[in-house]
Write a protein that binds this ligand. Sequence first.
Ligand code: ADP
Ligand code: ZN
Length: 434
Amino acid sequence: MILNPKMECMSREDMKKLQSERLVKLVKTCYEKSKFYRRKMAELNITPDDIKSIDDIHKLPFTTKTDLRDEYPFGLMIVPPTEIRRIHASSGTTGKPVVDVYTENDLKMWAEGAARVMAAGGVGPGDTVQVSYGYGLFTGGLGAHDAAAMLGAVQLPTSAGNSEKQIMLMKDFRSNVLACTPSYALHLAECIEKSDKVSIEDMHLRVGFFGAEPWTEGMRKELEEKLHIKAIDIYGLTEMCGPGVGGECECQNGTHLWEDMFYPEIINPDTLEPCAPGEFGELVFTSLCKEAMPIIRYRTRDLTRLIYEPCKCGRTAVRMDRILGRSDDMLIVRGVNVFPSTVEAILTEFPAYSPQYFITVDRKNNEDMFDLDVELREEYFSPNPAKQMPYIKPLYDRLVSVLGIKPNIHILPPNTIQRSIGKAKHVNDKRQFK
Ligand code: ADP
Ligand code: ZN
């Protein structure tokens, strides 16, 4: 179902008009109310008069994660505290977390963004949405929760973790919709497989909304087969609101971005110039409707491309390709750029391997070492190294040809790599401490 056909299917021409109107208003408001943006615009010698349409957006300054940290906690807020209804913050693995504050309307807009994605997956009254994203400052839990509420579905706020109980409730409460990180969904699927109390046949799951971290087509296949569901990608970031900045439609061929709320650009991260349409680069967003903490040209560091060809679903909203990775997740090993998600994509080409992996990068004798822990599936595993060899060689060759580096592969028994309940951690780069 298309939740908001007016916005999701608007003609490109009308969308541009709407974006232009919203941008002009946004820039005026920021210039009047935000010391931060007034200063940034002054540095570039521009005023709101320079911004007449969305085509002028490239004249505006960028906002970076460092800016948000410098303005921690409320430097970018432009409404009085009486207007604020909620505060979230990203996990912020290093330094201060990134904060977002929301007015009543901001919360509604966010819920609608995520609800558009769930509606595309057919969610409505009578459905039970098991929200196994973490509840708390992290936007995942409450974001999915509010979307389910907006669609009149049952909200089942299990939060993340306590997997055995999750699975019991999933069966007993007949949850038919699951929302969590793809890595946690895989973990739940594995727990169901291993369980002697329940099997997937006892479950009623129909569709899952997975996001908050990069995942691959191989992982989609794995989740769809193991959980008997349609697995839909949902994308978002705290800086814009949370999950629901965009999501896949029933065609599962790219993430529609809700362009009436968030204007996307793709730039070359080195030159900061716009990329040609369809070219890969860094995704940049301008929030077009946020009231409490509007953000202009936020550099997400997510690498992807935009697809402007119309989608069969009827939505005109631009589609984004899968996120290749975050530029700050990218490893440089012996001078070669490696995205951890490429390893997942390769692993899922091999039926003998589970998609679980852990990379350790270290430096020994001035040389980078790339160690990769992987798991063979139960039916392929043997503790005898000679019996592992036939599986190692093809994986090794494929990794060398795609990544361009020689990994040390370590085969581990099934279910031994650490599972995560939230965003998966796939890398330990020991070089940073040397
Ligand atoms: P943190 O920066 O602490 O991870 P967020 O929860 O705001 O905080 O994370 C947002 C980021 O998560 C995005 O910028 C992107 O890198 C990643 N992300 C979110 N959803 C997806 C998705 N569907 N596919 C790939 N990456 C995603
Ligand atoms: Zn579509």
